[in-house]
Design a protein around this ligand. Structure first.
Ligand code: AHM
Ligand code: MG
Length: 342
């Protein structure tokens, strides 16, 4: 039997793909794998320990934090900030960014991490898949100087690594450094992530649309028209699937083909999802896997954030499905005609 490489072995072997490599990114990705194992262990035992339910606190977005949200945030913060590679961390669960390093000023370490430690909070208590999403960029402020806001507020095109961990029927870590998208499945008996999905790409055609139906009713006209067109295509195999955990919905669509939509709505013109912690990293994975990701105006990866917790409307998935959505935006769709959907 041939042993598949572990996540650690794989990123070590791929280290040479980076110009001027010092090993810091490899160490950082290794640390993400370690933190993911710690969070995975708590997620798996959640019903047996006193870790389900609300923590009693609210985060910066005024959302109630779950105990597991807080645990995951602490685990990633502790592990990432104790390595030598990271100078600053922005987390969906925290007001401002955290500066790392000896004096806590972010003077050393080349990399900034932006993370949603546990995405899909509403699914935690009901034993449905949840995930972690991470994005890594290089600092722009020179080494030795304190970090500035602009180190954190970089466009998605500046990412050097991005990925997610899916705590599902099995636990998977999926990542890219711009050289393909690779997936690793956790073997709990061995305690390692093993390469199981090398070079992941969207299938050529997808037939799944993922949207919160209650949100659809308040969304922009193009999104409503597009979803109606998908529904009309039921006879040719179109289906709606919505878990309500972005990582799980994205992962399913990546494997089977599909589109995920969290649109702008009349009451939330900025949408719900966070640009830096959720949308940009998954947008890069989508593009690396042959798909596309847009907001209401253009490519997600080109957007330069103005604030850490900025939200954005989000549309991500197979290239032909995003193209079909664009056709609806030009007011050209209706009755499944002329959209290129099928
Ligand atoms: P969270 O970061 O507070 O968990 O919110 C993000 C989640 C996504 O995982 C999911 O796709 C979406 O919110 C679901 O929102 P809704 O319940 O409005 O459909
Ligand atoms: Mg989230």
């Amino acid at each position: 039997m041939i042993k598949a490489p572990t996540f650690g072995e794989f990123i070590m072997d791929r280290q040479a793909e980076f110009p001027f490599v010092t090993g810091q990114l490899t160490r950082l990705l290794t640390d993400i794998g370690v933190a993911a194992k710690i969070v995975n262990q708590q997620v798996n035992r959640a019903g047996l320990t006193n870790i389900l339910g609300a923590s009693g606190a609210t985060n910066v977005q005024d959302e109630q934090q779950q105990k597991l949200d807080v645990f995951a945030d602490d685990a990633f913060m502790r592990i990432l900030s104790s390595g030598k590679s990271v100078c600053g961390i922005g987390s969906e669960e925290r007001d401002g960014y955290v500066l790392c390093g000896d004096q806590g000023e972010g003077r050393s370490g080349k990399y900034i991490v932006l993370i949603d430690p546990l995405d899909g909070s509403s699914n935690i208590d009901v034993n449905v898949s949840i995930g972690t999403i991470f994005s890594i960029v290089r600092r722009v402020t020179p080494l030795g100087e304190p970090l500035q806001d602009q180190d954190f507020l970089q466009a998605g095109t500046a990412q050097v690594a991005a990925g997610y961990v899916l705590y599902g029927s099995s636990t998977m870590l999926v990542y890219t450094t711009g050289h393909g998208v690779h997936g690793f499945t956790f073997d709990p008996g061995v305690g390692e992530f093993f390469l199981s999905h090398p070079d992941m790409v969207f299938p050529e055609r997808g037939a799944t649309y993922s949207i919160n139906d209650a949100v659809k009713a308040k969304s922009n006209q193009a999104t409503q028209d597009f979803i109606d067109t998908c529904r009309e295509a039921v006879d040719v195999g179109f289906r709606g699937r919505y878990i309500g955990s972005l990582v799980a919905d994205f992962h399913r669509n990546l494997i089977h083909g599909g589109i995920y939509l969290y649109p702008s709505t009349s009451d939330k013109p900025e949408g719900k999802l966070r640009l830096l912690y959720e949308c940009a990293p998954l947008a890069w994975l989508a593009e690396e896997a042959g798909g596309q990701a847009l907001d209401d105006h253009g490519r997600i990866l080109d957007r330069v954030p103005k604030s850490l917790h900025e939200r954005t409307p989000y549309y991500v998935g197979n290239r032909h499905l995003i193209d079909a959505l664009q056709t609806c935006r030009k007011a050209l769709c209706g009755g499944g005609q002329g959209t290129g959907l099928t």
